[in-house]
Design a protein around this ligand. Structure first.
Ligand SMILES: [Zn+2]
Length: 101
């Protein structure tokens, strides 16, 4: 898959359903907020050197939600979560991987 194919045509935080809806040219995927929050790979959530996950998924509130999203360049989205966490980026490639490729 080329990088271009990983670029979403739509991103929608659907708080009523508790999912981030992502549409690509060829398909769509709904990411449950809790799973997406637990997949954050920023330096606060994952040890940059060892790759060990610092964030304990059990500490993620069950009602976690996306407060806002901001595009970063043309390659990623920065998510502001309802738990105050806003340092994580999800690149288009990463979202596609999390969606199963
Ligand atoms: Zn993080």
């Amino acid at each position: 898959m080329s990088d271009a194919a990983a670029v979403p045509v739509n991103l929608e935080a659907r708080r009523a359903d508790g999912v981030l809806h992502v549409a690509w040219p060829d398909r769509t995927h709904d990411f449950p907020f809790v799973e997406l929050r637990g997949s954050c790979e920023c330096a606060q959530c994952v040890n940059e050197w060892t790759g060990e996950r610092i964030l304990d998924p059990a500490t993620i509130p069950a009602d976690i939600a996306i407060e806002s999203m901001e595009l970063v360049g043309a390659y990623a989205v920065r998510v502001r979560w309802s738990d105050g966490h806003d340092s994580g980026l999800f690149t288009w490639q990463r979202l596609r991987e999390l969606a199963g490729g």
